[in-house]
Design a protein around this ligand. Sequence first.
Ligand SMILES: [Cu+2]
Length: 216
Amino acid sequence: MDGEDRVHGPEGSETIEVDWSRRSFLIGTSTVLAASAIALFESSNVAKAFSALNGLQVDSGMTKVFQQDYYYIPNQMTWRVGTPMTLHIHNLSPTHFHEMQIGRGGFQRDPNAFTDLRIQFNQDFWDGVPVTILEEHWVDNLVTNKAIVTSLPKPGPWLITAPGNGNFSPTLRPGGSVSLKFTVPNKPGVWEYGCFVQGFIHYADGMKGTINILPA
Ligand SMILES: [Cu+2]
């Protein structure tokens, strides 16, 4: 890199390179907030109705998660430790980027933000988990963090393996998708997932869900 797109790290003692579009999400804009509020009000009922039908099923094999503005379908999943999974994440929004972080333990905050900005979960579900990327389509960036990632598609600039870019998260362009193959790790308990694109706006608007991981 040639020196552009550098920001100070959390300690301020070093610089890290951040994908420009991801950084722009973290900084975010508020212009879409008002427009999204009305859509959210209607969409959240759809998501709730869906989860009522889907909540008790133990997922295995191919599991699809759809992203919209600003919710997931489903917003509730049940996994079991040791189960082979292929998680297919598909962004159905025609206009918005979305991501899917999985974590718990509260939120990390951005010390450089002008406001009190929550940027990711304290605990990253994917930490130490072997993951194979089976396909990617219009992925803007996929931060690997501490996951052990193998990519079947030829890794491009979208695959961000450098430390300091946040928790594991694929960020999908409108219409984008990614498939992740993994075995549910021995991390039982309730986990959350959420989208932190545009700061906390998407999450606060309802773009979140829970995964109850049952012991083996
Ligand atoms: Cu989002």
